[in-house]
Write a protein that binds this ligand. Sequence first.
Ligand SMILES: Cc1cc2nc3c(=O)[nH]c(=O)nc-3n(C[C@H](O)[C@H](O)[C@H](O)COP(=O)(O)O)c2cc1C
Length: 348
Amino acid sequence: MDSTEPSGPGVSAPMANRKLRHIDACLHGPVSYQTVTTGFERYRLPYNALTQTSLGAVDLRTTFLGAPLRAPVLIGAMTGGAELSGTINRNLAEAAQKLGIGMMLGSQRIMLDNDSAATIFEVRELAPDVLLIGNIGLAQLSDALTPTLTAALNRIGADALAVHTNPLQEAMQDNGDTDFTGSLERLGRLAEELPFPVLLKEVGHGIGAAAAERLRGLPIAAVDVAGAGGTSWARVEQLVRYGEVRHPAIAEWGVPTAQALTEVRATLPGVPLVASGGIRTGVDAAKALMMGADMVALARPLLAPAIESPAAAIDALHGFIEELRVCLHGCGAPDLPTLRGLSLTPLG
Ligand SMILES: Cc1cc2nc3c(=O)[nH]c(=O)nc-3n(C[C@H](O)[C@H](O)[C@H](O)COP(=O)(O)O)c2cc1C
């Protein structure tokens, strides 16, 4: 993700090409895990034929990082290089504003290297009320970057920063940033010094028990587990680098999303959690919320609609949210706190 360098005017052509190959792979390639699933399919929602709810009155409202939201849904972080990212961000921002949900932007590294790239992320006018979360890679963090990052977040009117940790992705990438030594300390200092809440996320290989243990005591505002079962970025990087998957076992490696959620919830009981990585349906979302997630996020299913138009992005997200609403109705839950009080049935 964050190996993005500026593209477009005055920007490295190979890097721009690589970002386009990422997008092409994500739109057309076999980038999902082939053998690993999120694990949500191992549970059944508790159906209640005598629900006393009215579908239209089911209340999905919540708050996250202090922001009121009409549904517990975040648009996942996606970068598309200079040209496409602007379109993606603007279309998704319009959708987020219309639906009253939050939005994670793609990596802002491009903006730190090239001031004119700020326009790619300037969506505040389109989304004045949206919880807007900026993005940067853990491997690229340095103490010296904090003032620049603060300025970048202020410039786009962000409410928070998501730091993505992606050692497996970087290891598969040609010239990836593979030195993660000292990154935990840098993350801790950033979270202390940055005048914005800092959320830590993965990119689809999962934050599980071992990583959560390391976060104990750090002033992290939230964790997005971004688990395995959806898009495998170790797979995307291999497809882009070699035109094939040369290390299939590495592409299938990660903490499945449901497991990641359970482990992080147990290790960090008070920390707000986002479930993402392979969240594809309202049913997945309902199960994740019942397993301890405060929010859900989805990324790749929104890529094609985000490139197409604001209406296509709204349509995709609206369908997802309405399916979640039906789930609460069918569970007999008029609102999210009631849903969270119910239990999932493990299968077999
Ligand atoms: C096209 C694309 C670009 C992405 N760029 C970023 C990025 O810049 N920063 C980031 O933290 N994650 C990025 N991601 C990862 C997603 O935010 C998400 O963690 C991952 O794709 C797993 O979710 P999914 O299964 O819903 O796609 C990107 C994903 C896609 C599909």
